[in-house]
Ligand binder design. Sequence first.
Ligand code: 5RP
Length: 213
Amino acid sequence: MKRPKLQIALDHNTLASALADVKKIGEIVDVIEVGTILCLQEGSKPIECMRKMFPEKTIVADTKCADAGETVAGNVAQAGADFMTVICCASLATMQAAQKKVKALQVELYGEWTMEQAKKWREIGISQVVYHQSRDALLAGEVWGEKDLKLVQQLIDLGFQVSVTGGLSISTLALFQGMPIFHFIVGRGLTACADPIIQAQAFQNEIKRLWGE
Ligand code: 5RP
């Protein structure tokens, strides 16, 4: 089974603070995400910066786009993003339009969505989803557990590459052992700790321990 990749979510309010963190750990992680907050605050600029700094890495623009898919996808692709996210309640037309402009489109699974919708996403050629515990759900006391694993497995069975995110810590990773997770997306678990370099290395070591080299 392929080892899951480690994706940092740069959910900073300013490009300057995102740069401070990514300079430390950008080379340790596999994938760099310009998070929703940073996209909203700084537009395309952080995507352009990440592309220049990390020409070989996959760059994700976490726009959680809901409309104007082709325009938004065109803009982030031109800035240097490989992947872009749309929110699961976006219309199929928005998803199809966005898909034309990026290497891969990822559907962000938040709130209400169904496996019937997921089948339709597969039918229009979408192969990536992000299974998400929202910040607000986690704050309201939700935890990762069996219900999540079941849904992730069903999505894998439909043929999706499934990334997971939302309050992940090193100890959460073991829950997914044996599953072909695509990317573990980690924000605060990397950026809000005392030593992001040691922490990023520890995440990578745990992924290797659980999935092999
Ligand atoms: C919020 C996001 C975050 O980027 C993602 O969930 C990672 O954040 P954290 O690890 O800090 O929970 O998409 O909408």
